[in-house]
Design a protein around this ligand. Structure first.
Ligand code: 0RA
Length: 635
């Protein structure tokens, strides 16, 4: 007798050995990202069940050792009946055979999520233990696995009400060198999941930290946008956001709101996966958006005179969230966070353009405020371009910049090793000017108030004299016209008193650099000087302390048992002798500088918006905490 195998059977019967042999092929790697991939994979299955309308609750439990998880949904429950050809429960086939996409259509099993769309069997293959508990047809069933292999057969535990799927898994330590789930990462992902799927209740019980989170949103992306606006302390230009929800076939959810912020902040997701590097869906959004706005402006004859609107002008201050679900996402880039499906761009453009144009025409108050905002950003861009063109022109014709009067420049500005100290207050500026090495150190004292640039439009920022003096002294332009190669100093060093006013000024300046000259921070040009707060004299020795903790450390290590110490506290930089300022703060051989660094753009954004937008007292703790930390300062 001969047996005929169909292609379908061969596919379905492929075991899990390849997954254990080459886990990286399936989950990207065996580091922390790969480990968390297991969680997203199992959660995505539950999310699919919810998205299809069969479940409205997903509960994730991180068990207290932080090494295993349980994901439960109240969906239909994975079928437990025997598959006609394989004579095995469908549950077993789903968890022990490798399958992807359409190959499982005969089981009605399809995943839309998942970076690789690999499904639960991959998680099973890479777990030292996995337990599936199913409620279905009035009973509760259980099936256990080790390293992807069944441990006994499907068991009926007893009668049960309701339906649902619960998966417990503990990753295999012989595959993952370090098994430690990150509760904060999981919390954030689940919170976003709840925004992407409104009305699904997502519960996260974090037994590591002892917290329980319940995420549930009526408005979905609308609620998410509200949260982003609050975090960034953005002032909105119009009251109601533009909302688009298309749920037939694929899914497209979009919320947009223009703000007075000077940057664009649109977060995008494909099948629930964050696409931090954008891709074709964002391209489609941008083109649809630009066309809708331009059409509206033309139709209503709102075209401004003397300035052309660029696509960037149209998007300045735009805040929003885009979430799409598509059937065969192709991700690209080193971190696989850019969508590459070419067809998606036209699809999104085709939905966004008419819907947004319609909305603009039916929300005239909002539309007019948005157009005014766009024209303003175009004018501000023109103004700053003209200002930097002026700087270039002057340098070209006279060979000298029209530098601010109060700048004491150095002999080697523009050359490697040159430094600009931006100093708070005139008297401190005087000491610094006398104490510096004029060959390579320039001093710019600040007199007036520095504007809080966080909430201000660029045109406002450029009206502030202290800010324009800094911009002119640096010579590299700002915003979209910034050219870091033209920076006139290698190091830009902020020098302020070691007190709370000083910290305040420093924070304002850092906010300005972060918003309008971020390349300078990113390329490591921005530093904080660390002037001492105390002078400690013991006999013939002198020590300098940066703060109270430093003072106490010096008293303990250097002074105790060596006679009486005389401690002087400086009231401000201004009362420090120029020679002392040189020795402690200016001299590259003896000073300590903190390099300002951008760690994580999203987190930084949030910190700055929080600091500058709301609680003024938080501004100080920020700087002081960080400054005490170490050599690197993260804003
Ligand atoms: C296959 C078929 C059906 C449901 C599921 C799988 C299913 C899978 C997962 C994974 C996590 N939660 C889940 N819930 C359901 C449909 C069964 C039917 O027609 O009743």
């Amino acid at each position: 007798m001969t047996t005929t195998y169909t292609a379908k059977d061969i596919t379905v019967l492929e075991g899990l050995e390849p997954v254990r042999k080459r886990p990286g092929m399936y989950i990207g790697g065996v580091g922390s990202a790969g480990l968390h991939h297991l969680v997203w994979e199992i959660v995505d299955n539950a999310v699919d069940e919810a998205m299809n309308g069969y479940a409205d609750q997903i509960a994730v439990t991180l068990h207290k050792e932080g090494t295993s998880l349980t994901v439960a949904d109240n969906g239909r429950g994975i079928p437990v009946d025997k598959h006609p050809t394989h004579k095995k429960p469908a549950l077993e086939i789903i968890l022990t055979t490798l399958h992807s996409g359409g190959k499982f259509e005969h089981l009605n099993y399809k995943t839309s999520g998942g970076l690789h769309g690999v499904g639960a069997s991959v998680v099973n293959a890479l777990s030292k233990e996995l337990v599936a508990t199913i409620k279905r047809d009035g009973s509760e069933w259980e099936m256990r696995f080790r390293h992807g292999q069944t441990q006994g057969s499907l068991k009926k535990l007893g009668a049960a009400r309701g339906t649902g799927t619960t998966i417990y898994f503990h990753p295999d330590p012989t595959i993952f060198p370090k098994i430690e789930f990150d509760p904060e990462l999981i919390r954030q992902r689940l919170e976003v999941t709840s925004y992407l799927h409104k009305k699904v209740r997502v519960i996260f019980e974090d037994q590591v930290g002892g917290h329980k989170h319940v995420f549930e949103n009526e408005q979905g992306l609308g609620d998410y946008l509200g949260k982003i606006l609050a975090e960034r302390a953005s002032k909105v230009v119009h009251e109601q956001p533009f909302v688009l929800e298309k749920d037939n076939g694929g899914r497209l959810h979009l919320v947009l709101q223009w703000t007075e912020a000077t940057d664009e902040h649109v977060r995008s997701y494909v099948n629930g996966i964050p696409t931090g590097s954008g891709g074709t869906h964002e391209t489609g959004l941008r083109s649809g958006l630009a066309k809708a706005v331009r059409n509206y402006i033309e139709t209503h004859e709102l075209t401004p005179r003397g300035v052309t609107l660029t696509a960037e002008d149209i998007r300045e201050g735009l805040t929003g969230v885009l979430s799409v679900f598509i059937s065969d996402p192709q991700f690209q880039g080193q971190t696989k966070d850019r969508l590459n499906n070419p067809e998606v761009a036209n699809l999104i453009d085709g939905h966004v353009r008419p819907a947004l144009e319609h909305w603009l025409n039916h929300n005239r108050t909002a539309a007019e405020a948005i157009v005014a905002r766009i024209i303003l950003s175009a004018r501000a861009r023109e103004a700053s371009r003209a200002a930097s063109a002026e700087v270039t022109r002057k340098t070209a014709t006279t060979g000298r910049l029209n530098l601010p009067g109060k700048l004491s420049d150095c002999a080697t500005s523009g050359a490697p090793g040159s430094e600009l100290f931006i100093v708070e207050g005139d008297s401190a500026g005087g000491s610094a000017k006398q104490g510096r090495d004029r060959r390579f150190q320039a001093i710019l004292p600040l007199r007036g108030k520095v504007l809080n640039t966080e909430a201000a439009a660029l045109s406002k920022v450029l009206e502030n004299k202290e800010i324009t003096d800094i911009v002119t002294a640096l010579g590299c332009g700002l915003g979209k016209n910034l050219d870091a190669r033209r920076l006139r100093y290698e190091k830009v060093i902020l020098l302020a008193d070691a007190d709370s006013d000083g910290h305040h000024i420093t924070t304002l300046l850092l906010t300005f650099f972060y918003r309008h000259m971020p390349e300078l921070i990113r390329e490591g040009h921005v530093f904080l000087a660390q002037p001492p707060l105390y002078r400690i004299d013991v006999g013939k020795e002198t020590h300098w302390a940066l703060d109270d903790a430093d003072r106490d450390r010096i008293l303990k290590d250097k002074v105790s048992g060596r006679g009486r110490a005389e401690i002087t506290r400086f009231k401000g930089l201004g009362e420090m002798m120029p020679k002392v300022l040189w020795e402690t703060t200016l001299n590259p051989k003896t000073r300590r500088l903190l390099r300002v660094d951008i760690d994580d753009a999203l987190a930084t954004d949030k910190v700055i918006a929080e600091l500058m937008g709301k609680d003024p007292s938080a501004r100080f703790t920020f700087i002081m905490e960080r400054a005490e930390e170490a050599q690197e300062l993260d804003v």
